[in-house]
Design a protein around this ligand. Sequence first.
Ligand code: G3P
Length: 218
Amino acid sequence: MKFFIDTANLAHIQEAQELGVLDGVTTNPSLMAKEGISGEQNVIDHYLKICEIVDGDVSAEVISTDFDGIVAEGEKLAALHPQIVVKVPMIRDGVKALRYFSNKGIKTNCTLVFSPGQALLAAKAGATYVSPFIGRLDDISQEGMQLIEQIRLIYDNYAYDTQVLAASVRHPLHIIQCAEVGADVVTCPLDPIMKLLKHPLTDIGLDKFLADHKKANS
Ligand code: G3P
């Protein structure tokens, strides 16, 4: 399973990259705004900085919601760097744009997916990635993980190439459950990734090893 980091924070991206487990980055307009990135050139520069840090795919989201606008924006973003993946919302003109980009060999990430039907459409339109939002479904008392299972089953039934990119991942258990049900990718902030490495017995065990070594060598 690939690990993407879901942030536009360069320090967090750098930290995950240095850990040696990072396969890519996802951003969205909210995450860019959180880092105070605004204005076309600043946004472009920021994407380029992200591409310099990480080796893998970097999702950059379009703002337009009409076909012509999505295509114009997406082509501009894709031309910035070979690692850029154009992130397109799951709306009618977004689906049309997914097919357009797919035919042109431009990588896409279909975002804001909350149902198996939406995921099926994204795959049929040739999306490279589909982003079902687990946490936001959990927020409204629907089982987000069940959606990942449903999409996995549908994509396997028909051997769709579209990769299941579990998004809105909020905690380590989400990551583990995604791995159990066969998500291709999880994207989440740095914190849940770092929490995966913690276990109290690891800390207790290491303290004991180091204390015993000290005793034997003093
Ligand atoms: O990748 C989508 C993600 O940014 C949404 O996460 O926690 O705002 O639901 P969240």
